[in-house]
Write a protein that binds this ligand. Sequence first.
Ligand SMILES: Cc1cc2nc3c(=O)[nH]c(=O)nc-3n(C[C@H](O)[C@H](O)[C@H](O)COP(=O)(O)O)c2cc1C
Length: 251
Amino acid sequence: MKLKLVYISITNKVNNTLDPRRRRYTLNMNIDPKLFETIYTSRALRRFKNEPVDDEVLFQLMDAAIRAPSGQNAQDWRFICIRDPKIKDKMHDWAQTPWLRYSARYADDPSEIDKLPRSQRLSLRSVEHLVHHFKETPVVVLVLGLKDRHSTPGGSAFPAVQNLLLAARGLGLSGSVFNFPLSHESELRDLLEIPDSNQIYCVIPIGYPSDQHGPLKRKPVKEVVFIDRFGEKWPFAESQPDKGWEDKWMT
Ligand SMILES: Cc1cc2nc3c(=O)[nH]c(=O)nc-3n(C[C@H](O)[C@H](O)[C@H](O)COP(=O)(O)O)c2cc1C
């Protein structure tokens, strides 16, 4: 049977029948292969077209973001959607600080970047692009939340972040977390008049991407998922391909 629930067939309904071998009900639902394709291919895209994100689109993104779960349904997240060029200019400048630190390791020999494995090289180049074009980003979303309120800091903000990123994907936009401007957090707080009660969780530049989504490079399940106790290998995962099941979902 082995994960029949998930993968019986991408196209078929899974019937609500008692499987005699499992002695419990299989899922009664339609599998949505598009959802899986989206999950398996949503990259952090950092190059944007020169195309504005209008209010209707932005509202849809944020309205999807706030559908996320939060501790006690407190919803004490707050978002600042930044379009003001003067603010973006400042954030652009602040984003240079971590980049200079980061790129210093390639300063002696920039051709070292070209020797990196492909996915690392492309990712680094896209970060570099965003650093140099941050101020042209159509909209930047700053994600905030009440300080000291939750036992799992960020736990009540990042589900909304992921909703936002998936909603962006759904509307043909893209975004990614990009915290470089937080290198000047106190200046940013002053500029945006953020009260002390609120913590900044992350910065998300959003726009219509000029790069493509596609397969993601991730550690295999067997390396990061244990059974019952830390470090205990999961035999089923051990027997799966290192690249996981992406071929099942990607068209
Ligand atoms: C909490 C968090 C912080 C991140 N901070 C940055 C950042 O400061 N700069 C950046 O370029 N990407 C940042 N990222 C994006 C990750 O680098 C990116 O999601 C990861 O490399 C996977 O990229 P991929 O989905 O395209 O494979 C952050 C992601 C998360 C979840």
